[in-house]
Write a new protein. Structure first.
Length: 246
């Protein structure tokens, strides 16, 4: 597999076709991909999330934004073999070592809310650094509403607001993964300074857990909630409710 830089618009088009989310993080900086006989086979969009410096310095205090990329989107065509994504990630690491040697590491989250403990990163021997519990809201049509959208639109995430909108609140786990690109001595130093334990004791399907609150109180479940593609809000009642002042 030959991995190289590709056009960002082409990478985003592949994501819109095959990825579960049709929205993109704010800082999409580098797009890598590979081609086969059918055209573009996969795309990886690298950049940062909403708080780049805070993110890296919470993990490794001596690093800054220029030292890392966060994986914003990873997608391959569905008909390709199951190990394609892990092979693709390994190719991305080789590309960064050859073309951006100043990058010390790659970082990502596995989306446990979507039922993904991070098997693709495990298959590429990334290190696992524990999890956080995060939240989203679901419409009656099972489309996700990000907490930042609630704050932006209403200035609050109070229960009275999201229940008035007919939303369910869902908590789930997000799993940290990192891939070092640096030399062994730098890697050892960074592992010593991190407040997180980085291992290959990986989470599995049984480690996925959700809490769901539809207004009557939360319940825990190991059964994943149904979540449709993000950012469409097809339900008419929800669309109308977004226009009112709660």
């Amino acid at each position: 597999m030959h991995v190289d830089c590709i056009n960002m618009d082409e990478a985003k088009r592949l994501c819109l076709r095959w990825h579960y989310s049709n929205i993109f993080p704010p800082h999409c900086m580098v797009s890598l991909g590979f081609y086969d006989d059918q055209g573009l086979g996969g795309a990886a969009i690298w950049g940062w999330g909403t708080r780049p410096r805070h993110t890296i310095q919470k993990l490794f205090p001596s690093l800054d934004t220029g030292d890392y990329w966060e994986l914003n989107r990873l997608v391959c065509r569905d008909e390709l073999p199951r190990n394609t994504e892990s092979e693709f990630l390994a190719g991305c690491a080789r590309w960064f070592r050859a073309n951006q040697p100043e990058r010390v590491l790659l970082f990502t989250w596995a989306d446990g809310i979507r039922g993904k403990p991070g098997y693709v990163y495990q298959g590429s021997n990334w290190l696992y650094g524990g999890y956080i519990t995060t939240e989203i809201y679901l419409t009656a049509d099972n489309e996700p509403v990000h907490p930042r959208f609630m704050i932006t639109r209403f200035g609050t995430r109070k229960k009275s607001v999201w229940t008035a909108l007919g939303l369910r609140k869902v908590w789930g786990r997000q799993f940290r993964y990192v891939r070092f690109l640096c030399d062994h001595a730098t890697r050892k130093r960074l592992l010593r300074e991190s407040s997180f334990e980085w291992t290959q004791m990986y989470p599995k399907h049984d480690d996925l857990l959700w809490k769901i609150d539809a207004g009557e109180g939360s319940r825990e479940t190991h059964n994943p909630p149904r979540i449709e593609r993000a950012g469409q809000f097809r339900q008419p009642a929800f669309t109308a409710a977004m226009q009112m002042k709660v």
